[in-house]
Ligand binder design. Structure first.
Ligand SMILES: Nc1ncnc2c1ncn2[C@@H]1O[C@H](COP(=O)(O)OP(=O)(O)O)[C@@H](O)[C@H]1O
Ligand SMILES: [Mg+2]
Length: 283
């Protein structure tokens, strides 16, 4: 939250960029009559330009939080605001990247990346240079005209990020975007994301189940309870930027942070059977 000294000597506190206040989300299945309480009493704020990672056990409502911010869902109770305004319909100002690159398989790389501005009827001159820059940054040069079904998983994910990024979103919502990638590609993608984001200063809310990924990427990590999800713990990541995996991975502090986060997540995991091996950073 930003504070500044106002004209009359008053401390002016501007509201956080993103605020979820005491949010409840219930899904009512009319067909079966079943109700799922996904979120209850969830409060979280994110400042402009901040990179926050959301960690929590499977099914605790992480994707639901992103859906509320994207405008795909509405809270049953509580308030979800961006820039002080209740979230309305989905908007390219809020870019969403999912775990499986949800691209249009029959369209080319370039047509996927430029989908939003073309849909909005913007002239090509507005976005062509930016599209080319993104293609270069994402290592997709030479593949502009390829259909996306011809690409590897890592390349498809890069197209998905470029597609979200072309609208220069104020907020990027990322739902386990690198979860399906092999370790090397994931590391490349994490570094690309950090580099691109350092230039744009977008606000990022990033869901992951990988503790190391959260420590590499985030300014702050928010940990959710089991369902119905709420935030049970938040911690500030102490590493300065720019940071690389190699710089932080070997330090004693990294090991300690990782261990305490894994312990918190284990406490939230609903059953022991769902737990990973003890020394593993992914939960
Ligand atoms: N559209 C929906 N209709 C009914 N139940 C849903 C819907 N979306 C999510 N849920 C339920 O809400 C809970 C939280 O889901 P989700 O946000 O996807 O969790 P996470 O991303 O943490 O794994 C789950 O029990 C899920 O089945
Ligand atoms: Mg999810």
């Amino acid at each position: 939250m930003d504070c500044a000294l106002g004209g009359a000597g008053l401390i002016v506190v501007s509201p956080p960029f993103i605020a979820l206040a005491d949010v409840e989300k219930r899904f009512d299945d009319r067909r079966t009559g079943r109700t799922t309480q996904a979120l209850a009493g969830l409060s979280l704020t994110v400042d402009e330009g901040e990179f926050v990672c959301l960690l929590g056990p499977s099914g605790c409502g992480k994707s639901t939080v992103l859906d509320l911010l994207a405008g795909f869902e509405r809270p049953t109770q509580g308030r979800v605001t961006i820039g002080g305004q209740p979230v309305g319909r989905p908007d390219p100002d809020r870019g969403m990247v999912f775990q499986d690159a949800t691209l249009f398989p029959w369209l080319s790389v370039l047509d996927n990346i430029t989908f939003a501005p073309r849909l909005a009827g913007r002239p090509a001159a507005d976005y062509r240079a930016r599209a080319q820059e993104l293609i270069d940054v994402m290592g997709l040069r030479g593949f502009e005209r390829h259909a996306v079904y011809e690409l590897s998983g890592g390349m498809r994910q890069r197209v998905a990020i470029a597609r979200a990024w072309i609208s220069q979103p104020l907020l990027l919502l990322m739902d386990e975007p690198f979860g399906a990638l092999d370790a090397q590609t994931r590391l490349d993608m994490q570094e690309l994301l950090l580099a691109a984001r350092d230039r744009n200063r977008a606000t990022v809310l990033f869901v992951t189940h990988d503790v190391e990924e959260a420590l590499l990427l985030a300014d702050r990590i928010a940990i959710m309870s089991h369902r119905p999800g709420r935030i049970v713990s938040e911690l500030v990541v102490p590493y300065p930027r720019p940071r690389t995996y190699e710089e932080i991975i070997g330090t004693q502090q990294f090991g300690e942070l990782k261990r305490s986060i894994v312990a918190m997540l284990r406490r939230e995991a609903p059953t022991a059977a769902a737990l990973p091996p003890a020394d593993h950073g992914r939960v």
